[in-house]
Write a protein that binds this ligand. Sequence first.
Ligand SMILES: Cc1cc2nc3c(=O)[nH]c(=O)nc-3n(C[C@H](O)[C@H](O)[C@H](O)COP(=O)(O)OP(=O)(O)OC[C@H]3O[C@@H](n4cnc5c(N)ncnc54)[C@H](O)[C@@H]3O)c2cc1C
Length: 440
Amino acid sequence: MKVALFWHRRDLRLHDNTGLYHALRSGLPVLPLFIFDREILDKLSDPADARVEFLHQQITRLHTELAGLGSTLLVKHGSPEQVWPQLLQELEVAAVYANHDYEPYARERDNLIFSFLNTENIPFHTFKDQCVFEKAEVVKDDGKPYTVFTPYSRRWKLRLQQAGGPGRFPSETLGQHFLPTPPSPLPTLAQMGFTPTGRAFPAPVVADDLLRQYGAKRDQPALPGTSRLSVHLRFGTVSIRELVSRGLALSEPWLNELIWRDFYMMILWHFPHVAQRAFKPAYDGIAWRNQPQEFAAWCEGRTGYPIVDAGMRELNTTGFMHNRVRMIVASFLTKHLLIDWRWGEAYFAQKLLDFDLAANNGGWQWAAGSGCDAAPYFRVFNPTLQAQKFDPELRYVRRWVPEFSSLSYPRPLVPHELARERALATYKAGLGQVAVSEGE
Ligand SMILES: Cc1cc2nc3c(=O)[nH]c(=O)nc-3n(C[C@H](O)[C@H](O)[C@H](O)COP(=O)(O)OP(=O)(O)OC[C@H]3O[C@@H](n4cnc5c(N)ncnc54)[C@H](O)[C@@H]3O)c2cc1C
């Protein structure tokens, strides 16, 4: 029987899924597909990588949901380049549907599969789903991409208003169009070379009350004041359109964070060089100190600055770090220790459950000063003042660094004032003329 394949990637849900909605309306029976991609899995160094476990749990859930609808999720394990020719041997594929993905590897992969399907005369239909506005949908009057957030967000909101809101694609109402078929086998974590961690993952829900109080509580890491939806947004187990509707109704500051997410995806799309180099080229001239022992102390939460160490220990233990603390530890690494932002970016990429290339790169380049709309190079966060302001009762610090006031706690790796002077001098030297005009 001829089928349409719907290829799930960062959209692991059956509801409000744009590409799936279009597939289910195509007139062809739809068979959903997921590929555990060896190209990605082979780059993970830790066999107990909690993201693979999370992914495996979500794939199992989708598989069960589809079995409940009399269909299945076809799950393959290999490199997409090898899996696709095999699929065409096994099935009579009349069309393929998927949602857009904006990271450089994903773009390359999709171009390759597009060309392959094209040679087989199979159409590959792809749709926007991961963000509200993509690519060049929100640009300046002259058609150029925004590189500053505030005007971008203003135009973003105007576009949304003109569109009458984020809309919805009710794929969940079209379940009768899935291919009726018995459940297909699922590879286990062990078969893919991974082990479970037993870690508890955040639920894919957020309370109205939390969103209403978000503006007041979002910067205090000791509180459960943020949504903790980032891992779900990363894998598309929640719908960005549904969240934007909630943001519009309940919390402008939270809506703005969702817009930052679109903003960084748009930046990565227009300026893919940011994945390797500074957004502002002059910042590639900074002479980083890159001391390995200091980097190790930062990674392990032994810098002697309690708020920095608390953040790194939270990350190492849970795979999450509060946004305010991400900013503090990133500023500390790049400015106090003068370690290349790419080292910190790579460490976060390895550890964060919610790792997302666009947001992570954006966050790191913001902290280092090298990004679009970044913190100016001469703003050097004082970790002690940041802690006093955002963790005044030291509840967050005590949770992660209980020994912070004892003799066993290390002395600061570098005194703040010295680090500040050194950072300013190094940045100035690296940036030359640019720094002088930015400082004025
Ligand atoms: C150095 C650094 C690295 C970061 N790396 C990542 C990353 O790899 N993945 C990631 O999703 N976020 C990253 N962020 C952004 C932010 O810290 C997290 O999105 C947020 O802490 C997740 O918690 P939450 O879901 O409770 O967020 P909430 O505060 O509830 O925000 C809701 C959602 O908005 C999005 N969001 C919030 N802040 C930002 C932001 N500044 N930029 C882009 N999107 C945002 C996220 O999808 C988040 O889940 C990084 C920030 C910094 C400073």
